[in-house]
Write a protein that binds this ligand. Structure first.
Ligand code: PMV
Length: 325
């Protein structure tokens, strides 16, 4: 018996970083997925194999690599943490083989780590017949996100769990937003970055300039509130303008880069309704909101500016789980 779970990636449309400080953010699940399968094996080791060419075994002795580079342990650790969290929660001690198959580019702000944690939790839970609620999945995947991020807001796990377009507020959870059709183009600068370090950088800036940065954070929160109303009344044009402004605030807190700005401006030149960096910044991706007619032009503009284009469609469904013989 094997248990499979598929969870979607995400792109943050408004409010990253500020969400860590309790402001609302708007996020959508997108049609890039990670699939995690789990089955029982003899003993009590956790054997983890990823389609990125890394694999290894965690047991009482520590970590034994099976394939891939020396970085394997650090990269597989979040999967181990998620699986362990579920086993401990269910009071079970078993050996598992876990396979991770991801089409989400890693470490570029599309939530690959959150989606992997969610899919791992859901899959291991289902293997032992546990019907985990959304809240339980999010809770049990938090420790792995903490390992990756330091201080995750919970937004990534929430959107991978529930899917759709969501308003997320730390401590309050989610509210589903019904939106008109939205057309997104993602541009990847191709440089990976460390979300934890970027979040820490913002924290330091806030410690140095508490009042100023506090005001920027509150402004971003007000902006996200405007954004929720705009989306709910189907006003994507206003939403685009808010994305532009939000990028400005992200520049102000120091998380953009020249490469990101180049793609942001290229998308606008190509006719996007709005564009901004998405995720933690420091590299990674931008997201542009477009009309359906402008999609091709915006994609071309991003490509000409050196970005890898990802056309992303929102998906309504969150993590899905099933059992196979
Ligand atoms: O870049 P990502 O996918 O790791 O997204 C991070 C989003 C932040 O708001 C910067 C952090 C968080 O946990 O909310």
């Amino acid at each position: 018996l094997r248990s499979c779970a598929v969870a979607p990636a995400k792109t943050i449309l408004l409010g990253e970083h500020f969400v860590v400080y309790g402001e609302p953010a708007i996020v959508t699940a997108i049609d890039r997925f990670v699939k995690v399968t789990a089955r029982e094996i003899n003993g009590d080791a956790l054997k983890i194999i990823s389609n990125l060419g890394i694999g290894g075994v965690f047991d009482s002795e520590g970590f034994r690599p099976l394939s891939g580079d020396s970085d394997g342990m650090r990269r597989l650790e979040p999967v181990k943490i998620s699986a362990k969290a579920v086993l401990d929660y269910l009071g079970i001690s078993r050996g598992l083989e876990i396979n991770v198959d991801s089409t989400i580019p890693a470490a570029v702000g599309l939530g690959s780590s959150g989606a992997t944690a969610v899919a791992t939790v859901a899959s291991v839970g289902a293997l032992f017949g546990a019907r985990l609620s959304g809240g339980e999945i999010i809770e049990l995947s938090t420790e792995a996100e903490r390992f990756v991020h330091g201080s995750p807001s919970g937004i990534d796990q929430s959107v991978s769990t529930y899917g759709g377009v969501l308003m997320y507020k730390r401590g309050e959870g989610i509210r589903r937003i019904s939106t008109p059709a939205i057309y997104l183009v993602i541009g990847n600068t191709g440089s990976q970055r460390d979300s934890g370090k970027l979040i820490e950088g913002v924290r330091r800036l806030k410690d140095t300039f508490p009042e100023l940065v506090g005001k920027i954070i509150r402004t971003a929160g007000a902006l996200a509130d405007f954004g929720i109303h705009a989306l709910e009344r189907g006003d994507v044009e206003t939403f685009g303008k808010l994305m532009d402004m939000n990028h400005g605030l992200l520049v102000a807190i120091g998380v953009s880069t020249e490469a990101l700005d180049r793609l942001v401006y290229a998308a606008r030149r190509g006719g996007a309704l709005g564009s901004k960096l998405t995720g933690a910044g420091g590299g990674g991706c931008i997201v542009a909101l477009c009309t359906q007619e402008a999609l091709g032009k915006v994609a071309l503009a991003i490509q000409e500016a050196g970005g890898e284009v990802i056309i992303a469609n929102k998906v309504e469904e969150g993590v899905r789980v099933w059992l196979e013989d």
